[in-house]
Ligand binder design. Structure first.
Ligand code: HEM
Length: 348
């Protein structure tokens, strides 16, 4: 069978895409030139959101396996695709520059025709937050969900919320790390400390080294450290379990070892995703302030105030940023046992 030759316009379905800009102002016989830009920008955002979902979904599929092989292409694939997400998010931040070429007066020419539509109704955006790990209970302005989103879109987001999020899968993955489960890996570990805290010798040493770096006013960090990393139960300070936090800190400290480089890169990528999303939120708030001042949003929220609350509250991977409170200088790091060092290298 001969294949029909592919044609550019058909392949990209440009007929549909290029005819999908209908100006509300034209319907009212009040043509507003900048409404075209407003529509195109939003459509471009939604297309990029689609691509981000595609990348994150592929990462989730790998992470859902019983065991991600840290020494295989799987982890590299996740790192590569999350890096792509970061690059797309950077572009999405920059796109605000283009929309800001529209002045508030130009916006007012068509803004009233858009009510009660709002960017808040971008279910792809809400689904992305949910997929990454933002739970409904942690959302700022929950009441707007029911007032602004159509019931079927609330349902879309709920379905995502009912599945394991990227953050939860990362928790599982970190918990599975074998560093402290295998006594053999510590058989020849030399500890300089004789005090018996009841903790694993390595963590006892690390805690001693960490305590020696704290200045007056930081001493309470020792207790926080114990709660976050050494308790059997998850602390109130973090979303991740203490086992996952312990392994995440270990990876950050010993990331120079070949096996830990990819896991460290993944943690960095998740922080970058949070940072780019927060940067977008911040730029969006400034744009909103510039366009509508302190007026309420077309969707009916308090506008800038709601968005500021979401910015402050919607960091998803903040536990990884929190790790920085518990680092020490490299030259104070406990020396690992030869067995563990061997496992963290590229063995042949
Ligand atoms: C003139 C430009 C814009 C203005 C004045 C504006 C205004 C607002 C306001 C006031 C809200 C709060 C909800 C409401 O009451 O409506 C909001 C939410 C939102 N907007 Fe925009 N927006 C603009 C452009 C954009 C663009 C280009 C996007 C890209 C997709 C976007 C995406 C969103 C999203 C995703 C939310 C929900 C954010 C959250 O819940 O954290 N907005 N916008």
């Amino acid at each position: 069978m001969t294949r029909k030759p592919v044609e550019y316009t058909e392949y990209l379905q440009l007929e549909k895409i290029l005819n999908a800009q209908t100006l509300e102002s034209d319907k009212e016989n009040a043509h507003a030139h900048d409404e075209m830009l407003f529509i195109v920008i939003h459509q471009a955002y939604e297309l990029w959101f689609k691509q981000i979902h595609f990348e994150i979904d592929s990462a989730l599929t790998i992470m859902r396996k019983d065991a991600v092989n840290d020494n295989s292409a799987e982890l590299q694939t996740i790192v590569h695709r999350t890096s792509r997400v970061i690059t797309i998010l950077k572009l999405l931040v920059q796109q605000i520059d283009i929309l800001e070429t529209m002045t508030p007066l130009d916006f007012h020419e068509f803004r009233d025709f858009l009510r009660p539509a709002s960017g808040f109704q971008s279910w792809q955006f809400k689904m992305l937050e949910a997929k990454l790990g933002l739970k409904f209970d942690e959302r700022h302005g929950q009441q707007y969900y029911l007032s602004m989103l159509k019931p079927e879109y609330v349902q879309f987001v709920k379905e995502v919320e009912s599945q394991k999020t990227l953050l939860e899968l990362i928790d599982d993955w970190l918990k599975r790390m074998p560093f402290f489960n295998d006594a053999q890996l510590w058989a020849n570990y030399h500890t300089p400390n004789t005090n018996d805290s009841g903790y694993h010798a390595f963590w006892n040493d690390y805690l001693n080294a960490y305590a020696s770096t704290l200045v007056e006013g930081e001493k309470q960090n020792i207790e926080t450290f114990e709660k976050i990393f050494l308790s059997e139960h998850k602390s109130e300070h973090t979303i991740l379990s203490s086992e996952a936090m312990r392994n995440a800190l270990f990876i950050s400290l010993y990331r120079g070892n070949p096996i830990l480089q990819m896991p460290f890169q993944l943690m960095q990528n998740l922080l970058d995703i949070d940072e780019q999303m927060a940067t977008w939120r911040f730029r969006h708030i400034n744009m909103v302030h510039r366009m509508i001042g302190s007026r309420v949003g077309t969707g009916g929220s308090s506008g800038k105030e709601y968005l500021q609350g979401a910015l402050n509250k919607h960091y998803i991977f903040k536990d990884f940023a929190f790790l920085s409170s518990f680092l020490i200088q490299r030259n104070k790091l406990p020396e690992l046992s030869p067995e563990l060092k061997g496992r963290l290298g590229f063995g042949f």
